[in-house]
Design a protein around this ligand. Structure first.
Ligand code: 1OR
Ligand code: 1OR
Length: 306
């Protein structure tokens, strides 16, 4: 069994001055941790060595219903990955706490205070018993923040070309880059399935994405066929509709050839892309027109946004 001390020494390279944080884990714990971290966007761009350092450093925390995991305006200690449990997000508006969202057994939170050295921007309260994996501030800054600097260099120029983001300030666009992660898909791979619950938003970096919709051949026909309704290429976005309307995915998306997408989770989408909502809503109005042209009616899309 490795003790924290021996693994700390063994892992240190000569060039690193800071000691590595290591919390020893059983095989079972490590398995659960890996599973919980699989879809965490902030970890997606890490190389295997960085990822294994992150996993080594994480430690488990169980919480009870009603427990405050984070209080707004506090200093940031940890970044949290949800293994299980539900959590409410509150933000103070004019002195009163406003419920602005929730996490349901997946996702992560607490990155902002660590990334930008700011006070906590929201309060997070458990609404069920839960299990969290925590990453300490120093390790987060050493690995994730360093990685963000690389990401900014890589994506700065591309982000500047996106028509969707023109209403954002330069500093806001860089915050978008910080939360983006890259996902690669192979030919024909499904990216979005119509009818699924939605939790992220996509921008095409390279390749083509085919958008299709199911429809019955006749009014009485039970069998559905998939009709191609659009294609997205470099610089275009998709997957916004379900996030804006709070509905299941209205269409499916498939890779044509190999495809690279930039992906953002729903909380970051809501937090950062408010100023881009006009452009998106105009485009959604466009879908509705097209839907009438193609299918003769527009039952699927209904705008619920103010
Ligand atoms: P943190 O370190 O600031 C609180 O600690 C965490 O709540 C924060 O990192 C985010 O990870 C998470 N605005 C700010 N923080 C949020 C939000 C949010 N949602 C989750 N967090 N908004 C809600 C978006 C659904 C914007 C509210 C105006
Ligand atoms: P989503 O979150 O619903 C599927 O997931 C995505 O496909 C959707 O967001 C849009 O980003 C994208 N109607 C509905 N969704 C469309 C359409 C579309 N085109 C792209 N998406 N229409 C095509 C208009 C040219 C109208 C239907 C015929």
């Amino acid at each position: 069994l490795q003790t924290p001390l021996t693994s700390t020494v063994a892992n240190n390279k000569k060039t690193d001055k800071e000691p590595r944080v290591t919390h020893p884990k059983t095989d079972e714990q490590r398995q659960r941790l890996q599973e919980a971290c699989r879809d965490i966007l902030l970890f997606k761009n890490l190389d295997p060595e960085e990822m294994s350092q992150v996993l080594d450093a994480m430690f488990e925390k169980f919480c009870t219903e009603g427990e405050h995991i984070i209080d707004q305006d506090d200093d940031g200690d940890n970044f949290y990955v949800i293994e299980s449990g539900t959590f409410n997000i509150f933000v103070k508006v004019d002195g009163t706490e406003k419920l602005v969202g929730c996490y349901d057994n997946r996702g992560s939170f607490g990155e902002l205070a660590l990334m930008y050295n700011t006070p906590r921007a929201a309060t997070i309260i458990a609404t069920s018993p839960g299990a969290l994996w925590c990453l300490d501030r120093l390790t987060f800054r050493r690995i994730i923040v360093k990685n963000n600097a690389k990401k900014r260099k890589l994506y700065e120029a591309f982000i500047e070309t996106l028509p969707l983001l023109t209403s954002l300030e330069m500093s806001e666009r860089m915050k978008v880059v910080d939360v983006l992660s890259t996902r690669v898909y192979s030919d024909l791979q499904q990216i979005i399935a119509q009818g699924d619950l939605a939790d992220c938003f996509y921008i095409v970096e390279s390749g083509q994405v085919r958008i299709t919709m199911k429809r019955s051949r006749t009014k009485t026909d039970q069998e559905e066929e998939e009709v191609e309704i659009a294609t997205c290429s470099r610089g275009q976005y998709f997957g916004e509709l379900a996030l804006v309307t709070n509905k299941p995915r209205a269409a499916s998306a498939y890779a044509v050839g190999s495809v690279k997408c930039l992906v953002m989770d729903v909380q970051a989408f809501e937090r950062l892309l408010g100023p881009c909502m006009d452009i998106m809503k105009r485009n959604i109005a466009n879908y509705e027109e097209q839907l009438v042209t193609l299918f003769g009616s527009s039952p699927e899309i209904e705008q619920q946004t103010a």
